[in-house]
Design a protein around this ligand. Structure first.
Ligand code: GLP
Length: 239
C-alpha cells in the first residue's frame, strides 16, 4: 500500500487523474471502476480537461460504478446515475458506462447480474474509491464481516447524516443502497483511494495502521497487492 500526502485537495484530484490517465493511455480498452461523492470531482474535472485537449480518449473504455441508492429515480439529481452523467459521462467519450440498478424489481438478481457483467468484461483494471467517515468503501458499511458480492445495504446513521447535504433534508436520503461488494473491489487489478479533509483522518488512520477489521471496511485494502492512497494534509493528519 503506497500512501502519498499532498498539500491540498486539488492536488489529490490531479494526482488521481494522472493515474487514471496513464491507465487509459497504456490500455485504451480499460475497464474503469468509478466512484461518486465529492472526493472524485477534481479528478473527473482533470480527466475532462485532458479529454477536451485531445490528450485522453475513452472511446474503448468501459466503466462500472460502485453503487447507487435503492428506490431513487435515476433522473433525480442526487442519484448516482445523474451525478456521473453531470460530473463525467456527459463530457467524455466513454464507450459504455454501467451502474447498478437501484430500482430493479429483484435487487438480489440485479446484484448477481452486476457481478457477472464485471466478470464478463474481464474485471476492473483500476478502481477509484472515496472513503466514508466510518471507513466505508462503496456503500459497504461497518459490519461483522466483509461481504464478497454486490449487496443491498442498510445505510448507517453516519452515512445518512453525511449524505444529507446532497438532499433537501435528511428524510429524503434513501435508507438503502446497492453496492459492489468487497470481493468486487478487491478483484480490481489496481485500486486508487482518495480522501480529503479532516473528517476522513480517522478512517484513513484506521485503514493504514489498524487491524484488518470489517468495522473499517477499507482496512481490507491492506491485503490488496496494488493500492495507492492519495490524501491531502488534513486527511493525513493522524498518520
Ligand atoms: C458515499 C459513497 C462512497 C463515497 C463516500 C464519501 O456514501 N457511497 O462511495 O466514497 O460516500 O463521499 P465524499 O467523497 O463525498 O466524502
Amino acid at each position: 500500500m503506497q500512501v502519498r500526502i499532498f498539500e491540498n485537495a486539488e492536488q489529490v484530484g490531479k494526482a488521481a487523474a494522472l493515474l487514471f490517465a496513464s491507465q487509459v493511455t497504456r490500455k485504451p480498452n480499460s475497464v474503469l471502476g468509478l466512484a461518486t461523492g465529492s472526493s472524485p470531482i477534481g479528478c473527473y474535472q482533470q480527466l475532462i480537461a485532458w479529454h477536451k485537449e485531445g490528450i485522453l480518449d475513452f472511446s474503448e473504455c468501459i466503466s462500472y460504478n460502485l453503487d447507487e441508492y435503492v428506490g431513487l429515480d435515476i433522473e433525480h439529481e442526487t442519484s448516482y446515475h445523474a451525478f456521473m452523467k453531470a460530473q463525467l459521462f456527459d463530457h467524455i467519450n466513454m464507450k459504455e458506462t454501467n451502474l447498478p440498478d437501484g430500482n430493479a424489481e429483484d435487487l438480489v438478481a440485479e446484484a448477481k447480474r452486476y457481478d457477472a457483467a464485471i466478470e464478463a468484461a474481464g474485471g476492473i483494471d483500476m478502481q477509484l474509491l472515496g472513503i466514508g467517515r466510518n471507513g466505508h468503501i462503496g456503500f459497504n458499511e461497518p459490519a461483522d464481516k466483509f461481504v464478497y458480492g454486490t449487496q443491498i445495504v442498510d445505510l448507517t446513521e453516519s452515512t445518512i447524516d453525511a449524505n444529507t447535504r446532497f438532499f433537501e433534508n435528511k428524510d429524503q436520503v434513501p435508507r438503502k443502497a446497492i453496492s459492489l461488494g468487497i470481493g468486487g473491489i478487491m478483484n480490481a487489478k489496481e485500486v486508487v483511494l482518495i480522501a480529503m479533509g479532516a473528517d476522513k483522518a480517522q478512517a484513513i488512520h484506521d485503514t493504514v495502521y489498524g487491524e484488518i477489521d470489517p468495522q473499517v471496511q477499507a482496512s481490507i485494502l491492506r491485503s490488496h497487492p496494488h493500492v495507492t492512497i492519495l490524501v491531502d494534509k488534513a486527511a493525513a493528519s493522524l498518520l
